[in-house]
Ligand binder design. Structure first.
Ligand code: C2E
Ligand code: CA
Ligand code: CA
Length: 671
């Protein structure tokens, strides 16, 4: 807002300055040329008018325009002096301004700006020669040409200066940066039109019949200019949405970052589930959605911040605020995108994840900032938050993490990766029927690492594949060993998203079962809801293939995602594990208890076995048994243990006399 006020004050000052100058130059405002050469004057004025009505808008600078009218108004200046030139320019620009319904203050500003420019040209010319010279046979001599060009240059400089200052103020761009940006372009486009001015003047002085001949060359210049402006626009804008593209965003942001050391932020956002829309409704709807999103963003972001579409469903915003203010802004933009759009007969719900990186803390150039914002954006997606700021701890590219990645690569190849096991207690029989395999990393310097310390990193690199393969191998080897010892327990292995959307995964698992000669029912795979949602089509195919091979699938951490049990039960799934977040807060009467109870009931109705994880207290165990829960897992039964400890524990829980072993509940109570 304040920018606009500054711009309007500047416009008013321009008008005043122009009035002052004209008062000083009032002696030169004679209009005798018009009465002496009415036809030539009318034709030249028509040229000015045509030029004004068909301007070429310079795409990169708001609504600044160049027009071929300059050649004609300067020709009038040369032939008839300041008065007639002002008059044709004023008539033409008034006609144009009214045609596009410009505001009055801008119409007045245009008068002022042209008045000043023409006065400057006139002053420059008359400083060196007598012109127009009514006594001379010809309006000017060859020696006058450089002087005319000087006058034309004065016109362009004053005009570009005054208009540029006003536009820069209106946009809030620092003047220095604004003018540096494309001096070259202004000089070339202005220069061409200036050089034509003396030629138009000479032709008009020779015969007014020559003036219409300029229509063709001027049209050519006009069209070339428009074409150049268009390709300039195309190079810097995204065709689909009309927003600035990556190149334009780079130019704008880097210019600001070089100039100023004020804090600033880059927001990177990406629609959640855009791919789904594109895949299910088709590209036509996908494109339409992107256009609508772009419109919404333009309104939401406003003029003060730079907005761009970087590609696909990825948009970026540059804002000169940082810290909490930037997050607040990001949240607002994110909220504006959490909405629905009607596309033909469909209603599409959208929401976006926004990552924020700040200058100078997170990076000093746009490349780095975008990269950091990308890390933050993924963090936002992972945590289902709409907005996240960059945090080195979540950056898998930070130096410490990079070193750990290299270590992990080695670890998978050597025997640093080990598996611990945690018993699963059957609440109906009180016996342990299975264990869950939990990966551990015996790091040479850092000691025993829990999955929380390295899984994320493995997920973000290709290491998750060999790591999962390693755990599967170790687990299957263990099933074989336990069977040889007469202990038959099933082993559940956790499978991450990446594996589940790998179409070859199921075949590898089935092959390994054959090689190890393991009955498939002894292997269980735990997958999370979010893994299933990542690519539902492939995930379903992989699960179906595993199911056909006899491998049971368990839904891990149930209740933390967004899927319904009914949806999951429609997949070849045999078990659901209620997340420990609910189980640990199950005091009688709590909402967690209600959720656990209804999950158990619904799970049973859907034919699923229900497991409660995170059982720490004996009371919880009893509560779960009363609710009919099938299986329990948790520190209250046993913590995860090394292979050796697990083997002992399993043996202890089976007294030799009874077939199948003694109930474990007594062990729990004894512990
Ligand atoms: P999860 O699948 O939910 O595994 C259970 C986690 O809860 C284990 O942590 C276990 O130690 C812990 N836990 C068990 N009982 C209790 C309890 O009573 N109270 C509390 N507070 N915690 C309990 P861990 O071993 O650190 O594993 C964390 C997660 O890492 C696992 O969560 C699983 O998502 C993932 N993970 C573990 N091993 C693998 C693996 O081999 N591959 C993949 N892809 N992910 C794995
Ligand atoms: Ca698990
Ligand atoms: Ca779990």
């Amino acid at each position: 807002m304040s920018h606009q006020i500054t711009a309007r004050r500047f416009a008013a000052a321009t008008v005043l300055a122009c009035a002052g100058v004209l008062v000083v130059l009032r002696g030169r405002l004679g209009l005798s040329y018009i009465t002496a050469h009415p036809v030539a004057y009318a034709m030249l004025t028509a040229g000015v008018l045509l030029g004004e009505l068909l301007p070429v808008t310079i795409p990169r600078r708001g609504d600044e325009q160049i027009t071929v009218s300059t050649s004609f108004s300067l020709a009038v200046l040369v032939l008839g002096g300041l008065g007639p030139a002002l008059l044709s320019q004023l008539v033409a620009s008034l006609a144009q301004d009214l045609a596009v319904r410009k505001a009055w203050w801008r119409i007045r500003f245009n008068f002022g700006q042209y008045g000043l420019s023409l006065a400057a040209a006139s002053a420059a010319i008359t400083a060196f020669t007598v012109m127009p010279n009514p006594d001379a046979g010809r309006p000017f001599s060859g020696a006058d040409v450089p002087i005319i060009l000087l006058g034309a240059a004065a016109f362009v400089v004053v005009n570009a200066g005054v208009v540029g200052a006003a536009v820069a103020m209106y946009q809030g761009t620092p003047l220095g940066r604004y003018f540096r940006k494309d001096v070259g372009f202004t000089a070339v486009s202005g220069g061409v039109l200036l050089c034509l001015a003396p030629i138009v003047a000479a032709a008009a002085a020779y015969s007014s019949a020559l003036i219409p001949l300029f229509v063709l060359p001027m049209t050519a210049i006009y069209r070339a200019g428009r074409q150049a402006a268009r390709s300039e626009h195309a190079a810097h804008h995204d065709q689909l949405t009309g927003l600035p593209n990556r190149i334009a965003f780079h130019d704008t942001v880097n210019a600001v970052l070089e100039d100023e050391s004020r804090p600033a932020s880059v927001l990177l956002m990406d629609l959640n589930r855009f791919k789904e829309v594109n895949d299910t409704l088709g590209h036509r709807y996908g494109d339409e959605l992107l256009r609508r999103i772009a419109e919404r963003l333009r309104a939401s972001v406003g003029d003060e911040h730079a907005l761009a579409r970087l590609g696909g469903d990825e948009f970026a915003v540059f804002t000169q605020v940082s810290g909490e203010a930037a997050l607040e802004f990001a949240r607002r933009v994110g909220d504006d995108l959490r909405t629905s759009f009607e596309l033909g007969d469909f209603v599409v719900e959208t929401d976006a994840s926004v990552g924020v990186a700040s200058f100078p803390d997170d990076g000093r150039d746009l490349e780095t900032l975008l990269q950091k914002a990308d890390v933050a954006m993924y963090r936002a997606k992972e945590t289902h938050a709409s907005v996240a700021a960059y945090d080195e701890r979540h950056d898998h590219n930070s130096p410490a993490k990079l070193a750990l990645t290299a270590d992990l690569r080695q670890a998978v190849e050597t025997d640093q990766i080990v598996v611990w096991y945690q018993p699963l207690l059957d609440l109906g029989t009180g016996r342990v029927t299975g264990v869950e395999a939990l990966v551990r990393w015996q790091h040479p310097d850092l000691g025993l690492l829990l999955p929380g310390a390295f899984l994320d990193m493995a997920e973000h690199t290709s290491l998750i594949k060999p790591l999962t393969q390693k755990v599967l191998d170790l687990a299957m080897g263990q099933i074989v060993q336990w069977r040889q010892m007469g202990v038959e327990v099933s082993v559940a292995v956790n499978v991450s998203t990446r594996m589940l959307i790998d179409p070859g995964f199921a075949a590898r698992v089935r092959q390994a079962l054959t090689v190890y000669e393991i009955p498939p029912r002894l292997l269980r795979l735990e997958v999370t809801e979010s893994a299933l949602m990542a690519d539902p089509v492939v995930a379903r195919a992989v699960l179906t293939e595993l199911d056909e091979g006899g491998v049971e699938i368990s839904i891990d951490d149930f209740g933390t995602g967004y899927s319904s049990l009914a949806y999951l039960a429609d997949l070849p799934v045999s078990e659901v594990k209620i997340d420990r977040g609910f189980v640990s807060r199950m005091e009688v009467g709590s909402s967690a208890a209600v959720i656990v109870r209804s999950t158990i009931d619904l799970g049973h109705h859907l034919g699923l076995r229900v497991v409660a994880e995170g059982v720490e207290e004996i009371e919880t165990l009893e509560q779960l048994r009363d609710l009919g829960c099938d299986v329990a897992q948790g520190y209250g039964i046993s913590r995860p243990m090394t292979v050796q400890d697990t083997t002992q524990w399993l043996r202890r829980s089976r007294s030799p006399g009874e077939e199948g072993g003694a109930p474990v509940i007594s062990i729990v109570e004894a512990a």
